[in-house]
Ligand binder design. Structure first.
Ligand SMILES: *Cc1c(COP(=O)(O)O)cnc(C)c1O
Length: 471
């Protein structure tokens, strides 16, 4: 299968080339030429598969034969060997209609590990088999950077540089990134905010000469391999929920969302044929997606600081993929809409299109207050401690789950990662040992001004082999 851009100006590419490209060279996002359909017989068979085997089946539908089965199996085994739960993404029942899919059993305790552990192995494989030089560059508000660094640390043929906003990530996120002391890892702590980091990265990537010369590769959630890896747990969760709740129940999925990456994987799974009932977008007070689903207007609003910082996002970078399918894969229309977004700062869908959006997606943005209230309520009623991102998903479950339905709500992070919010409730949680022991470790990072030229200097030195993180 080949991959094309949502804006129609990239010649069809194979799977590996698509992953290496990251963002489409025409500014669009890469999508499969056609989404493979999974028959009900196949679904019946997949029900019985453990996570790793399911991964191989789904991946094989998309990757042509570019990776031989034996190699793929090794990659998948290595990716999930680092997970602390043998099921990788286990499902827990909280009550008769609410199930929690725990996506935080990877090395950095957030759902990003599921895709980024695989991406690290994948890049390493491509580096070995194709002799590609892989220099990963990315910006993070915390979770992506930590997960990406864990995914590639110490791997041959790959270097990674991550920009994070100085003193503006959670303590655990900072420690997860900066206590890594491998030669192939550079942490740049930028005296600015996340948007500053993101802007510098975007400028460096859009300089195609610089990108080519330095072999820059992206790890952000617009990369199709991340989307694909995430579809696996939608299937897995659906099968486990049907098993536990009975086949007669309709199964909803509620997804704490920011960049629309995770929920887009669910949209893809549904398009492949997984009969998810309601696909629910949960946001916090940064609720651009909620406003879009309710009114048809997609317009970045004012940035709000919340208890779920990994969802503090105003422009949902994967939204364009959804728009592409909403507009019946018409890349000329997508380009026109994205042009309007750039020039007027908003886009609007109306009439039948809006009705279609509302039939495909439900959305709710939880306020900071609701968020903390829910964490407290579930802690006292069920004993289960929700992290603040996960709590947004549960708020949306409460709003949309109806009789005869159950909801699988995704736990996208472990609560220990966001203790700043949990402490506001006077809840004292026990930290997993992997997190507790970070505190005593030495930190390696280079603090720099919010300045693209300074980032460029650091990168050139790092790629040339003479810069390492400073303690
Ligand atoms: C990144 C992240 C999200 C948002 O996921 P998207 O794919 O950007 O929608 C939600 N929760 C946590 C804990 C995250 O790290």
């Amino acid at each position: 299968m080949n991959y094309i851009s949502t804006r129609g100006q990239v010649a069809p590419k194979g799977f590996i080339d698509t992953v290496l490209m990251g963002l489409g060279e025409d500014g669009g996002l890469m999508v499969p030429e056609r989404i493979p359909a999974v028959s009900s017989d196949t679904l019946e068979w997949w029900k019985g598969l453990p996570f790793r085997e399911l991964f191989i089946e789904i991946f094989s539908l998309y990757a042509n034969d570019e990776i031989p089965q034996g190699d793929l199996k090794e990659l998948v085994d290595a990716s999930y060997a680092t997970f602390r739960d043998p099921e990788v993404t286990p499902l827990r029942k909280l009550d008769d209609s609410l199930y929690i899919l725990e996506l935080f059993h990877g090395p950095t305790f957030a759902f990003k590990d599921v895709a980024l552990q695989f991406m690290g192995e994948f890049y390493s494989y491509v580096s070995k088999t194709r002799g590609e030089i892989i220099h990963i560059l990315g910006a993070t508000s915390g979770d992506t950077g930590a997960a990406a660094i864990q995914g590639v640390r110490g791997k041959e043929g790959i270097k990674i540089c991550i920009l994070h906003p100085h003193e503006k990530v959670s303590k655990v996120q900072e420690l997860q990134m900066t206590t890594v002391h491998d030669e192939n890892v550079l942490n740049l702590s930028v005296k600015g905010n996340f948007d500053d980091c993101q802007r510098i990265i975007k400028e460096l990537f859009s300089d195609l000469e610089f990108k080519g010369e330095h072999h820059l590769r992206a790890i952000n959630s617009i990369n199709f391999v991340r989307i694909l890896a995430q579809t696996v747990y939608y299937f897995y969760a659906y099968f486990r929920a049907a098993e536990q709740a009975g086949e007669s129940k309709k199964i909803n999925v509620s997804v704490p969302s920011g960049n629309f990456g995770n929920i887009f994987s669910g949209f893809l799974a549904k398009k492949m044929g997984l009969p998810i009932h309601k696909l629910i977008i949960a946001t916090n007070e940064n609720n651009i997606l909620e406003r879009f689903v309710k009114t048809g207007e997609y317009r970045p609003g004012e940035f709000r600081k919340t208890h779920s910082p990994s969802m503090d996002i105003q422009v949902a970078s994967n939204f364009e993929r959804y728009l592409y399918y909403l507009l019946d894969e018409d890349s000329a229309k997508v380009s026109a809409y994205m042009g309007t977004l750039a020039s007027e700062g908003r886009i609007v869908v109306e009439g039948d299109l809006l009705r279609r959006v509302q039939s495909e997606l439900q959305a709710l943005g939880a306020t900071n207050e609701q968020n903390l209230e829910l964490i407290g309520k579930y802690r006292s009623e069920t004993g289960y401690l929700l992290d603040p991102h996960t709590a947004c998903g549960v708020a949306a479950y409460e709003a949309f789950n109806e009789d005869g339905e159950i909801t699988v709500s995704f736990a996208t992070a472990h609560p220990a990662k966001f203790d700043e919010a949990i402490r506001l409730l006077d809840i004292v949680q026990e930290f997993p040992v992997e997190i507790a022991e970070l505190i005593a470790k030495e930190q390696y990072q280079t603090v720099i001004e919010n300045d693209k030229a300074e980032v460029t200097r650091q990168l050139e030195a790092f790629f040339a082999g003479d810069a390492v993180n400073k303690a």
